[in-house]
Write a protein that binds this ligand. Structure first.
Ligand code: GDP
Length: 528
């Protein structure tokens, strides 16, 4: 039997944050290579290709240059178990990304050395900041001409407001790239395209004084490196584990993901310094990761992961204890006990049935519509984790069906896709309209595409006179009945059967709120 606490301490659960094109996919793939799965070279891309073959859905993703589907990849490295949670890159999917960031213990920020800090990175950093998520930084594409390293660090410090501690330092850049120097290990790793896969496969010099090093990189580069290091050592912050864990300081690495250069140095440092699973707040108390009883929360739901099986999978981050396949757990929102059978693990590239999982791991639970984003599962004690954001839709469209006979499929598709959390589906009390709410406009294209691809329904989305939605709560049953009658024109039922007020204007909402003081109008759907 594995010891759950030592298993928990081995877990490193993180996500990569970056602006599109900085190299997140490439780096993910290289990190997976180190997970002992060398034969998996190209796995991320080939997985994309394989899914592309089974579902045209990926074609849309490709066309748009976005990565819509996020997934979980687990791999062992250096005595640790790494869980890498992928985040979608496009801005319209940011609410999904935010929720993924609630399920990690640290993050890795990838920056393109020619572009520096970009707009998406700034936004994602703001989210990490809210939780003081520890962050490591990888400055990528060193094989291309980029901006001066010192300038890049200055930009990270001033724009993102986090102190930088370079752990590796580049020797040249672009065609002059000679290697990197590791400031803590006092080692030079030479850049040799086509090599550098592992330490064994790299030329490494200990210290800077070896004449062979000087001969290898040339006098000029050697002198420049020494000058720069003097400057860097004087000007940058010394590495402090405490400040890193508090989210105040980021260790910085330089490299080239596509050449697999500088990646292992990053990963070695990551597994040593990145934090193991943290505690999580619930409505009643804080749950520590070393508690014996299982608890976890659902941060993501994905419909039709495998188009052949029409399944919907709820992704649960385990916060404490041991998950055993087939165990029964309390489902906080319904208060009922649920058997968690055939849960999936995400080892390397394959989904397989999980026997056991520990705090820090993510498992996939089959969902037939009973599980929502934000739901807690726990063993013995009824718990409800807090802090999983649920975003209010800001855009509304009416679905118009091309073939009226497909109404049933349309309803089913809209309801199931809404479970993923990026869209919300409303049925007005007084009409047969089907209204979809979303945070970003691209969502409507995605839903239309997926309805056709996954449900065989052709539908268009047209404008509708709704500006915002409010979930209706009222303790007084009589008042609620009265409100239901009087405001029926603007009331709808959401996919979970909750009553929602669809306001035709902000003014209308304000007046309605004033007129019905006993009714509470909540901006987001509340869980538990
Ligand atoms: P993502 O959008 O952040 O996932 O970025 P990708 O990993 O898809 O990379 C975007 C582009 O940058 C691709 O064409 C990659 O081949 C390229 N790229 C990634 N890493 C490097 C690198 O180290 N050097 C160079 N020159 N190109 C890279």
């Amino acid at each position: 039997m594995s010891n759950p606490v030592s298993e928990m301490r081995r877990r490193r659960t993180f996500a990569i944050i970056s602006h599109p094109d900085a190299g997140k996919t490439t780096l993910t793939e290289k990190l997976l290579l180190f997970g002992g799965a060398i034969q998996m070279a190209g796995s991320v891309k080939s997985r994309k290709a394989a899914r592309h073959a089974t579902s045209d859905w990926m074609a849309l993703e490709k066309e748009r240059g976005i990565s819509v589907t996020s997934s979980v990849m687990q791999f062992p490295y250096s005595g640790k178990v790494v869980n890498l949670l992928d985040t979608p890159g496009h801005a319209d999917f940011s609410e999904d990304t935010y929720r993924v960031l609630t399920a990690v213990d640290s993050a890795l920020m990838v920056i393109d050395c020619a572009k520096g800090v970009e707009e998406r990175t700034i936004k994602l950093m703001e989210v990490c900041r809210l939780r003081d998520t520890p962050i490591m930084t990888f400055i990528n594409k060193l094989d291309r001409e980029g901006r001066a390293p010192i300038e890049l660090l200055d930009e990270v410090e001033s724009v993102l407001g986090i102190a930088c501690t370079p752990i590796t330092w580049p020797i040249g850049m672009g065609s002059r790239l000679k290697g990197v120097y590791h400031l803590l290990l006092d080692e030079v790793h030479i850049f040799e395209p086509g090599k550098n896969f592992t330490r064994q496969d790299s030329t490494i010099f200990k210290g800077l004084d070896d004449p062979a090093l000087r001969a290898r990189i040339g006098d000029e580069a050697w002198r420049e490196l020494n000058d720069e290091l003097e400057l860097v050592r004087g000007a940058s912050h010394a590495f402090s584990q405490e400040e890193y864990l508090a989210g105040q300081l980021t260790p910085v690495f330089f490299g080239s993901a596509v050449n697999n250069f500088g990646v292992q140095l990053l990963l070695d440092f990551f597994v040593e310094h990145a934090p193991p699973p943290k505690s999580h707040a619930t409505t009643t108390r804080t749950v520590s990761a070393d508690e014996p009883r299982m608890s976890g929360f659902v941060f993501k739901i994905q419909a039709n992961m495998d188009p052949m099986h029409r399944d919907r999978v709820a992704f649960m981050r385990i916060c404490s204890g041991t998950f055993n396949g087939g165990m029964k757990a309390l489902h906080a929102r319904t208060g009922k006990e649920m058997k968690l059978a055939n849960a999936l693990s995400f080892m390397a590239s394959d989904r397989e049935i999980v026997d056991q999982a520990f705090a820090g791991d993510v498992i996939g639970i089959h969902n037939h519509g009973t599980i929502s984003i934000g739901d807690t599962f726990s063993e013995g004690e009824l718990l409800s984790f807090t802090g999983i954001p649920n975003f209010a839709p800001e855009l509304f469209r009416r679905a118009r069906l091309k073939d009226p006979l497909k109404m049933k499929q349309l309803q089913k598709g809209l309801a199931q896709l809404s479970e993923e959390g990026a869209t919300q589906f409303f049925r007005p009390l007084m009409s047969n309209d089907l209204i979809l709410g979303a945070v970003g406009v691209l969502q409507f294209d995605v839903v239309a595409y997926r309805l056709k691809d996954e449900y065989g329904v052709e539908c268009a989305f047209e404008n509708v006179g709704v500006v915002t939605a409010r979930w209706v709560h009222c303790a007084n049953a009589k008042k609620l009945e009265e409100f239901r009658e009087k405001a029926a024109q603007n009331l709808a039922i959401d996919a979970a059967g909750e009553l929602v007020y669809l306001a035709p204007s902000r003014v209308n909402l304000q007046l309605t709120e004033e007129r019905w003081p006993d009714v509470r109008f909540a901006a987001t759907r509340e869980h538990a």
